[in-house]
Write a protein that binds this ligand. Structure first.
Ligand SMILES: [Zn+2]
Length: 359
């Protein structure tokens, strides 16, 4: 390697340690090893892969393996992640979901395309609600009974209180790269709706439209709350999902494998991860209110049972769950313990009362 190249590589490395450049410009992953010398940003390997699909807009190179020219280094120096953020993210709507490195591909790709290709956030657009107050379109919806996806028209209005909450695209579970799970609670029961669209931009647009509608709805419902408080009330990711086995209330009941989803204090279990309705729901209160989580030895008398047991005691009954591996067991234990260690809010007392009324 020539001395000049050596020097250039060193300069690139110094630039990559400047404030703002130490995290990926698009997803925030620490220590990005790639840079776009046409946009002047430092990005992680995954976002770099997405940039490669936009060759007209972004040209990327490895910080360590590529050959860097003097003018490219100067461009990186005079731009950088903070400057790019100020330019390309100047007017991101407050409700808009900014993906992180933990998020799925479709969310990340559409965020990058929205920023640099469509330059969607460079000028301010209208209010902070759902643009136009309404969104409608065709999505493929999974049939409740036969599991087939059929085209259905969906209409979302700004005043729609039905979509009480909502989670992000879940391609892994649905086995469709543009899959989206919509979950809402009606009559104190969770309902899952699974949809997809062949166009990733469309599915992400629905995702953000629902967030916009929720944001608007909450602003009306809580007129004194500031934007930050409202954002914190928008749906978050599920705390954890996965398989466990569960036994019924009687000692003779057998263990059955179920898909569990923990949303705040609502532990739901399904026969299949794509079921519309839960087979059952358990409310997880707090320690002060008589809820307990303990590790449990699972008696050998059961056959074909997973070995790692967890029991959850509520004021009404004790539930016994088993996990397949020690790793899963530790992970469920830690989320359950965390949930019950937090005191309940007034709203959660109301939800608990609904659960007690139901059983
Ligand atoms: Zn990234």
């Amino acid at each position: 390697m020539s001395g000049e190249q050596d020097w250039n590589k060193k300069s690139v490395r110094i630039l990559s340690r400047k404030e703002g450049n130490t995290k990926c410009a698009d997803c925030g992953e620490p220590d990005p090893q790639w840079a776009s010398y046409t946009l002047g940003v430092f990005v992680c390997v995954t976002c770099c892969g997405i940039h490669r699909n936009l060759p007209e807009i972004s040209k990327v190179k490895s910080l360590t393996m590529a050959k860097w020219e003097e003018d490219q280094i100067q461009f990186l120096d005079s731009h950088g992640n903070n400057a790019a953020k100020a330019k390309y993210e100047a007017h991101v709507p407050v409700y808009y979901y900014r993906p992180t490195y933990a998020d799925c591909h479709v969310l990340r790709e559409q965020w990058i395309r929205a920023k640099y290709e469509r330059q969607q956030f460079m000028k301010k657009e209208g209010s902070d609600g759902l643009p136009g107050g309404v969104k409608e379109g065709i999505l493929f919806k999974r049939g409740r009974d036969n599991g087939q996806y059929l085209a259905r028209k969906f209409v979302l209005t700004e005043m729609d209180g039905t979509l009480k909450y909502f989670i992000k695209p879940d391609p892994e579970k649905m086995k469709h790269s543009n899959g989206l799970q919509i979950t809402y609670v009606k009559d104190n029961r969770a309902r899952n709706v699974f949809v997809y669209h062949n166009d990733g931009q469309e599915i992400v647009s629905w995702f953000n439209a629902i967030r916009a509608a929720q944001f608007h709805y909450m602003k009306v419902a809580f007129p004194t709350a500031n934007d930050k408080e409202i954002l914190s009330r928008l749906p978050q990711n599920f705390l954890k999902e996965g398989y466990m086995e569960k036994t019924g209330p009687k000692p003779t009941d057998t263990f059955k494998k179920r898909w569990f989803t923990l949303d705040h204090r609502r532990l739901m279990y399904f026969k299949d991860p794509l079921d519309a309705f839960a087979k059952g729901e358990v409310f997880l209160g707090s320690i002060e209110n008589g809820y307990q989580v303990t590790t449990e030895l699972v008696p050998n008398s059961y056959s074909n049972v997973w070995n790692y047991g967890i029991s959850i005691s509520t004021p009404e009954r004790t539930y016994l769950f088993t996990c397949e591996s020690e790793h899963e067991w530790e992970s469920w234990l830690s989320v359950f313990k965390k949930v019950i260690s937090i005191p309940m809010t007034v709203r959660e007392y109301a939800v608990e009362a609904q659960f007690k009324h139901r059983s």
